[in-house]
Design a protein around this ligand. Sequence first.
Ligand code: NAP
Length: 251
Amino acid sequence: MAREFEGKSVLVTGSASGIGAAIALQLAEEGASVVVADHDSRGAQRIVKKIHDAGGEAKAFKVDVTHPSEVHAAVTFTIEAYGALHCAVNNAGISGPNKPTTDYTVKEWQRVIDTNLNSVFYGLKYQIPAIIEAGGGSIVNMSSILGSNGFANAPAYVTTKHALVGMTKSSALEYAAQGVRINAVGPGFIETPLLTRKTDAETMEHLSSLHPIGRLGRAEEVAALACFLLSDRASFITGSYHLVDGGYSAQ
Ligand code: NAP
């Protein structure tokens, strides 16, 4: 594999599990120094060990992305550990309860908005100046196919993933001339703990059937797109929303 990220440091939130972990592992394989940031510090340490065992470089950082000061601290930690921040992936997220809009409590609604949406604003707020200071780089915000489609009984999740697309486009316009590319990724349903831990076999079967390719996606397939967008091979790509969804959105 090409060592495209040699000399680059990358901060990935929500990288103790699922898609974020796959991104951290792929980036490290391609030569990046990776900060594995998650509120699950044991899980983050496990991913760091995997990276070290494969000969890569990574450090774990405990962060709750709903707290702006902790998101800021993650950026500072990356710069202190590796000298600069070149790229970031705002990936941490939760699905929230599965029920219709009027059944949501205000507290449940706010938790999803804080975790999936406000966190990304905090990320951009502190990552962009650091990336400009490093001479430019790239950010990926993890949206979803539900960033462009509705889905019943996930109102807060769908709202946050749509909003992330708008946030991505606006910030990309603001910082394009300063060498910061910002894109959103929209995965279909991906087989990770976020999906599997509260989905029964019948629902999994149904979700698989929604993808013309005939199966759920794998975290590594999302990581491949995210790593491409972070790399210099994507040097003319900014402000856009990229699907990796087995054909879900083409129907
Ligand atoms: P995952 O396996 O649950 O991984 C998400 C990670 O983020 C977990 O380690 C989780 O910890 C962590 N996290 C949650 N809240 C956090 C917080 N406040 N601060 C720091 N870390 C936090 O889920 P995934 O499927 O890989 O999802 C990653 C991203 O992809 C999410 O933004 C999700 O919306 C998006 N996505 C997923 C799918 C899918 O089908 N899986 C599809 C489209 C988009 P806990 O395990 O403790 O919650």
